[in-house]
Design a protein around this ligand. Structure first.
Ligand SMILES: *[C@@H]1O[C@H](CO)[C@@H](O)[C@H](O)[C@H]1NC(C)=O
Ligand SMILES: *[C@@H]1O[C@H](CO)[C@@H](O)[C@H](O)[C@H]1NC(C)=O
Ligand SMILES: *[C@@H]1O[C@H](CO)[C@@H](O)[C@H](O)[C@H]1NC(C)=O
Ligand SMILES: *[C@@H]1O[C@H](CO)[C@@H](O)[C@H](O)[C@H]1NC(C)=O
Length: 371
């Protein structure tokens, strides 16, 4: 089976009923008859194309620069003035059409996959990404990332989007669920991949009885070091607020989703790049927060490489981020915020091509809730 639309016969029972409806609901379908095998490129699977827009089918797509009307452009392209063109902001798939070295992993619906790996399998690293392409908490060496799902990091992002500020779900360093979870005074063991509750739920003081409790890793309090500090500050802040005195020293801590210290901390008017234990990394700092924010990814990586026994040769700027232009094996390359080359240029007199802006916007500043 090749080009053209392939009809999938649905086992729909209610499908026929909703047929005359302008807004069909897929909830009545028993299911579609499997997923068709599409190809060759640009014949691709499109979700929800047939049977009331509920079943997938194969569709021939138009490539960048070709006439689109009335044919459909490849995912990630827009039909502009009759031609398939790159949209101003775009979806995850838009990266496919850009002349960049990194192509993210995308979902069929245009969202970024949760785990995004960069570089090479041996020396590369994987990161957790939000659906709209922002790097979020959680990273691992690619060679060790086979079980990385970022399910926990994605879950916390979702809860924050809903406006929850008191999230106490804990992740591991790679964005998976921690096996011991506590929230609202009760604790339980969780599956590290799905986050599903395993076994019984006990009051927090009884957490030692849980099979997933590890005294070395947890200590007496479930809250990790940064979380504990943040909790103590919150108590002081609440106390001070009743007296009307609020000071600079009581700014929120920037904690990772695993309860460790985040990339940077605020102290006496400055922001310093910090490691997971709150120790400062080099002298990387900013006084005034730059418009693009502060990420300390380069400063952090220098320590991350060191802890893993690797040599770190990249150049960081004073605020701890990667300098966009780097030399790599006699070549001049432009690197992204994570320090991975996305373009090669002739020499340092040439400017780096700009990256699509939207997917790289950082929102970590929600942590700095100055009261
Ligand atoms: C696509 O179909 C699935 C069921 O197969 C349904 O859950 C989903 O809401 C549909 N999406 C749209 C955009 O209609
Ligand atoms: C991934 O999970 C499988 C099954 O639980 C396990 O055997 C394997 O060691 C895990 N890999 C890593 C890198 O943790
Ligand atoms: C998940 O938990 C199981 C059982 O506690 C453990 O064997 C496995 O190594 C864990 N996997 C990861 C990726 O942490
Ligand atoms: C408990 O945690 C420590 C530190 O993270 C780790 O080295 C140790 O292997 C863990 N023990 C068990 C039984 O999982």
């Amino acid at each position: 089976m090749r080009h053209g639309e392939l009809l999938i016969f649905s086992l729909a029972v209610l499908g026929a009923v909703t047929a005359q409806n302008d807004f069909p609901s897929c909830s009545g379908f028993v299911g579609c008859l499997g997923e068709p095998e599409c190809g060759p490129y640009p014949n691709l699977l499109r979700p929800n194309r047939t049977v009331n827009n509920c079943c997938p089918s194969c569709v021939d797509h138009v490539v960048l620069g070709n006439d689109c009307d009335p044919e459909e452009c490849l995912p990630g392209l827009d039909c502009k003035n009759g031609k398939c063109a790159l949209p101003a902001t775009g979806t995850c798939q838009s990266y496919e059409h850009r002349d960049l070295l990194w192509k993210p992993k995308c979902e069929l619906d245009g969202k970024f996959s949760a785990v995004q790996c960069k570089g090479e399998r041996l020396s590369g690293r994987c990161y957790c990404y939000s659906e709209d392409g922002r790097r979020i908490f959680g990273q691992q060496w690619w060679s060790k990332a086979e079980n990385m799902t970022c399910g926990c990091s994605r879950k916390i992002e979702a809860l924050k989007q809903q406006g929850r500020v008191d999230v106490t779900i804990h992740c591991t360093e790679d964005g998976n669920f921690d096996t011991l979870q506590c929230d609202s005074g009760v604790c339980w063991c969780a599956d590290n991949i799905t986050g599903q509750t395993l076994g019984e739920v006990v009051p927090e003081p009884m957490m030692q009885m849980l099979p997933c409790y590890n005294a070395t890793a947890v200590g007496d309090s479930y809250l990790r070091r940064c979380d504990s500090a943040e909790y103590a500050l919150k108590v002081i802040r609440d106390e001070m607020r009743t007296h009307g005195t609020v000071g600079d020293a009581f700014v929120s801590k920037n904690c990772g989703y695993d309860g460790s210290y985040g990339e940077y901390q605020f102290e006496s008017g400055n922001r310093y790049c910090t490691w997971r234990d709150n120790s400062r990394i080099g002298s990387f700092m900013v006084g005034q927060l730059p418009p693009g924010g502060m990420n300390c990814y380069c400063a952090r990586d220098s320590r991350y490489f060191q802890e893993s026994g690797y040599l770190f040769t990249m150049l960081c700027s004073g605020d701890g981020s990667y300098i966009p232009m780097q030399s790599l094996e006699d070549k001049t390359v432009c690197v992204d915020k994570d320090g991975f080359p996305y373009a090669e240029i002739a020499d340092t007199s040439e400017a780096c091509p700009s990256l699509p802006a939207t997917p790289y916007v950082l929102t970590e500043f929600e942590f700095f809730k100055l009261i």
